[in-house]
Design a protein around this ligand. Structure first.
Ligand SMILES: Nc1nc2c(c(=O)[nH]1)N[C@H]1C(S)=C(S)[C@@H](COP(=O)(O)OP(=O)(O)OC[C@H]3O[C@@H](n4cnc5c(=O)[nH]c(N)nc54)[C@H](O)[C@@H]3O)O[C@H]1N2
Ligand SMILES: Nc1nc2c(c(=O)[nH]1)N[C@H]1C(S)=C(S)[C@@H](COP(=O)(O)OP(=O)(O)OC[C@H]3O[C@@H](n4cnc5c(=O)[nH]c(N)nc54)[C@H](O)[C@@H]3O)O[C@H]1N2
Ligand SMILES: [Mo]
Length: 764
């Protein structure tokens, strides 16, 4: 596709632009000069885990792996700005609500525990003990523990998350809505069905051996910048990178590595994608089915010509179940269907297939472009089917890599943040701690919101995150939070969720990753996290806490737990004081953590064994399992196409944000500066509407459930994107994501397939 209409003539991703942008953000964030020292300790053996993404850390090379967006994440936390009680005294909560997410967080780190005072509509300081006592008394006063919701965002450490789930289960519920429900839930479900583990099967080292890497529905240039380094090294070695993304993302086209002095001085860059395909939104299952069809056709041709097999028959025979049925399903899918749904031509799909067939070892990575659709589970099963055809799992350089979001979202699940816990895990908790665990499955994010809206939930506790902004139908969720008896937010910076107080409301400020956590005896406490490659490693902050009144997440959870359930089952304060003891409990209840405390202190930590990576299949069939579903009857783009003036909208991240945290108003790689209320759209779609670049519109939700959803005053930006598909930023567009639209099986909000239309605005 012609790219001449993309904003400014674009330089490669990374490079000097990345360095410049870092400098600017560091200045704006108010990070002290000592910040440089903070940066150097990110992702180092004796430092802290970068609070940015969940990409793995390399074994070799002790120098700091430069990452522009890691710098921003660290600087944002290590700021010198403070949201003190004076900040909260100055404005009523109603006034604060008028600020944008960006303006709110710019006020810096929270310093004191705060309690909402309805009479003055302000947050006032409160003593920790009083906060714990009041939270405990409201929680114990609910007539059923299932009337409370315990949210987790994926930054919480293994130690905090384990203690949290233990407290909540002693209290008596499995209500654990978490950010994963909105993120990689579909990956976990599909992979457990297909290969028996819900996690990626590759290590970082596999990227050094792969002959081809398929990157589907992911924008690593912005969201996992260190992954670009691995893709770049692979590309230089001659591995082929194949991208499926409706949008041409610059980082996937060309990358200039700030680590590479020669490349930086020459002003050069490396081509990343050798093939870049732009499917329609939601068209990936069809695209992958198309590749599978082309693989089977190549196999038939090889047989006819007496050439070696294209399929890995040994793997299929020894390890797989359901291949014959799958083959029939593929044969029953026509090229016409595949082309129509994927938006790709047969020739394009065959070119990708050629790369696949000529590669001995293939890795497939994916993220939100795959998981936030109606048919995400079926799509990921199809990716697995496709990979099975040539045995691309459980050998060096080959395997599945769902690239996680939050830096410890994977670890949180491992240690028990799960509304549908396994019986094995509950049995282990029960046996080790000797209490009757709740067995009834609890609420995920959408169920929790449902319960808050219908009045069956009365309390919300948030361990990090920004629930009201990250969830769909923001306006409704805000109302739901304000109807509760109790809202509690454990957080580092003020955000909009804090401004939706229930009858009684607290903001409890905690230490961040970059800060030292000293116990009563003055010993520094280590926490641990798990990355996308299932490596568990330690993290210890080095900065002085943002305020002397902060507590660690672990200490806050222990305080609430003590005030709510007492110490009959667990001595909370002992655990808060010594994280090694928490890890001993993890080791005793969760497989894979043998010698946790010892192995954690090794430089790169340790790897949690992944059965599928060893070709052991913990599935009902005891094999790697093919699925044989038909393609979705209709995808969002096919539906939108039927209606006049309708478009399929995806909501994604700019280069200057971390989820609901907006660092700045630029999206450098996409050529957008100083604004966020934009809609990326194909120029021919603009012409067809008699509209032009820069025109302003209201974006109107077309979910057809009788609810009016409008996002006001957005500006058109012409972009290289398929006709009929459009894109804009989360969280500004969350008002358009319907609560009632969720992925099959995954129950994930469909943030990448929203049907909308436009309404012209007369004035800006
Ligand atoms: N700097 C920074 N880092 C982050 C985050 C952040 O906000 N900022 N967030 C973290 C979190 S929690 C997560 S989950 C990850 C998110 O990482 P990503 O998944 O990369 O995040 P998105 O910005 O949502 O980008 C989705 C990509 O998928 C493409 N896409 C959308 N729909 C489709 C589709 O139907 N098919 C295909 N093939 N592609 C599609 C979009 O064009 C876009 O390139 O990043 C993590 N890392
Ligand atoms: N429309 C749309 N919606 C989406 C998505 C999308 O692509 N489109 N993506 C979804 C995805 S993938 C995810 S993961 C969710 C994210 O949902 P969340 O995890 O709920 O949101 P975040 O924006 O990451 O949370 C930011 C807040 O976390 C707090 N925080 C930061 N660091 C710490 C810490 O160390 N400890 C504690 N206790 N608090 C801290 C700060 O107060 C900050 O304001 O959003 C989802 N929502
Ligand atoms: Mo995420």
């Amino acid at each position: 596709m012609d790219t001449k209409f993309i904003g400014k003539k674009s330089a490669a991703a990374g490079g000097w632009g990345a360095l410049k942008s870092c400098g600017k953000r560091l200045l704006q964030s108010g990070m002290p000069i000592s910040g440089a020292r903070t940066m150097l300790k990110a992702n180092q053996p004796d430092g802290f885990d970068c609070p940015g993404c969940a990409w793995g850390d390399p074994e070799h090379g002790s120098s700091f792996e430069f990452c522009e967006n890691g710098v921003k994440a660290v600087a944002w936390e290590a700021t010198e700005k403070r949201a003190t009680p004076a900040f909260f005294a100055e404005k009523t909560v109603s006034q604060l609500r008028r600020l944008t997410d960006y303006e709110l967080e710019l006020n810096g780190r929270l310093t004191h525990p705060m309690r909402y005072d309805a009479a003055s509509d302000r947050y006032l300081p409160v003593a920790w003990e009083d906060a714990f006592a009041e939270i405990g008394s409201i929680l114990t006063g609910l007539d059923n523990p299932n009337r409370a919701e315990f949210y987790t965002s994926g930054r919480a450490s293994n130690e905090a998350a384990f203690l949290y789930q233990l407290f909540v289960r002693v209290y008596g519920t499995n209500n654990f809505p978490d950010c994963s429900n909105m993120c990689h839930e579909a990956s976990g479900i599909a992979m457990r069905q297909a290969v028996g583990v819900g996690k990626g099967t590759v290590l970082l080292e596999d990227f050094e051996e792969a002959d081809a890497i398929f990157v589907i529905g992911q924008n690593p240039g912005t969201n996992h910048p260190r992954m670009l380094g691995d893709l770049r090294r692979a590309a230089i070695r001659g591995a082929r990178v194949v991208v499926f993304n409706p949008i041409r993302e610059r980082g996937l086209e060309r990358f200039s590595d700030p680590q590479d002095k020669v490349e930086m001085l020459r002003g050069g860059s490396t081509d990343i994608a050798s093939l870049y395909l732009q499917p329609q939104l939601g068209g990936d299952m069809a695209a992958v089915r198309g590749m599978a069809k082309a693989v089977l056709a190549a196999e038939d041709a090889a047989v006819a010509a007496g050439l070696p097999s294209v399929l890995d028959y040994a793997f299929l025979a020894e390890h797989c179940a359901g291949f014959a049925e799958y083959r029939k399903a593929v044969e029953a899918t026509s090229w016409a269907e595949i082309e129509d749904q994927s938006g790709l031509s047969r020739q394009e799909i065959e070119r990708a297939t050629d790369v696949y067939i000529s590669a001995e070892r293939v890795i497939c990575t994916w993220a939100m472009g795959v998981t936030q659709h109606l048919h995400s589970v079926a799509t990921i099963r199809e990716i697995a089917n496709f990979m099975f055809l040539r045995g691309n799992i459980g050998r060096p350089g080959a395997g599945f890599c769902p690239v996680r979001g939050h830096s410890n979202v994977q670890g949180d699940r491992t240690v028990g943040i799960n509304e549908k816990p396994s019986d094995d895990f509950l049995d282990a908790l029960e046996k080790h701690f000797r209490f009757t665990v709740p067995r009834q499955h609890g609420h995920n994010v959408l169920a929790a919101i449902g319960a808050m809206l219908d009045g069956s939930a009365e309390a919300f506790i948030g361990l990090g995150g920004n629930f009201a902004r990250a969830t769909p139908d923001s306006a409704l969720v805000e109302k739901a939070l304000r109807r509760l008896k109790l809202t509690v937010h454990i957080a580092t910076k003020p955000n909009h969720s804090h401004l939706m107080p229930g009858e009684t409301a607290f903001i409890l400020p905690c230490l961040g990753r970059t800060e030292m956590d000293l116990n009563a005896a003055g010993n520094s406490q280590l926490i641990s996290v798990e990355d996308s490659m299932s490596m568990v490693h330690g993290s210890a902050g080095i900065n002085r806490p943002a305020s002397p009144h902060l507590l660690s997440e672990v200490a806050i959870i222990a305080g609430i737990a003590q005030a709510t359930v007492g110490s009959a089952v667990v001595d909370w304060s002992e655990l808060a004081d010594d994280h090694d003891l928490i890890r001993d409990h993890i080791e005793a209840t969760i497989p894979g953590f043998e010698n946790y405390n010892k192995r954690l202190r090794k430089p790169r930590g340790f790897h949690l064994r992944n059965t599928a990576a060893h070709r052991e299949w913990d599935t009902p069939a005891g094999k790697a399992s093919f699925s044989c579903e038909a393609l979705p009857e209709e995808t969002v783009h096919q539906r939108a196409r039927k209606g006049e003036g309708r478009f399929a909208l995806q909501t994604f991240r700019s280069h200057d944000q971390y989820n609901t945290t907006v660092y700045g108003l630029d999206d450098r790689y996409r050529g957008v500066y100083g604004e966020r209320k934009v809609i990326f759209i194909h120029p021919a779609d603009l012409t067809a509407m008699n509209a032009e670049a820069g025109d302003r519109v209201d974006v109107v939700g077309e979910h057809d459930d009788g609810i009016e959803r409008i996002a006001e005053n957005f500006r058109f930006v012409p972009y290289d994107i398929p006709r009929g598909s459009i894109a804009g930023y989360y969280p500004e567009l969350n008002v358009l994501v319907p609560l009632g639209s969720a992925g099959r099986e995954s129950d994930t909000p469909t943030s990448k397939s929203i049907m909308v239309s436009f309404r012209r605005r007369k004035t800006a």
